[in-house]
Write a new protein. Structure first.
Length: 174
């Protein structure tokens, strides 16, 4: 059972007013998010974040930044979209990382294909150590992004005034 925000008394689930003090009970609408809207939101977040990550990687020629472009882009996107919950920021971060890896992989492989060159890569010890940190850095970026993101405003909905028979009195509604 919920409690009254005014006096702290227990309030029945279906009550519109507190039975002890008469204060209106706030109703928090429990809206189930539309799956299409959620998917579209994360798709757009992923594309924008991946674009930023790809641009950071592209404008740093000769330097392998490993996971840093996706890390920075994820935090930026989480901040801009005001993603506050860790679960949501983790989803956004993973989508950015996946899209960025897909775009960069396509660009690199496409370049080798069109130039008709073979790929001869000899990994260094640093590559072997840093690449596995990619998914770990996604968790860290999600946590940091959720902590620094500005809070969304929560809208409180007051139930409309309902007149009940009984002893009189004045009830003020905000």
């Amino acid at each position: 059972m919920p409690y009254c925000r005014n006096c702290g008394a227990q309030v029945p689930e279906d009550a519109m007013f507190c039975p002890k003090c008469g204060a209106p009970v706030e109703v928090k609408p429990q809206l189930k998010p539309d799956t299409r809207e959620t998917a579209l939101k994360y798709f757009v977040i992923g594309l924008i974040g991946a674009f930023l990550s790809t641009m950071i990687s592209t404008f740093s020629p000769g330097i392998n930044l490993y996971f840093l472009p996706s890390f920075v882009s994820s935090i930026f996107i989480i901040y801009v979209y005001r993603v506050n919950e860790f679960k949501e920021s983790l989803i956004a971060t993973f989508v950015v990382y996946l899209f960025a890896d897909g775009i960069l992989g396509t660009l690199v492989l496409g370049q080798y294909y069109f130039l008709n060159e073979t790929i001869a890569i000899t990994p260094q010890l640093w590559d072997v150590v840093v690449y596995p940190l990619n998914p770990v850095s996604a968790f860290i970026a999600a946590y940091i992004g959720a902590r620094v993101s500005p809070r969304r405003r929560e809208e409180h909905v007051l139930v409309p005034y309902k007149r009940e028979e009984g002893p009189g009195g004045v009830i003020y509604n905000l």
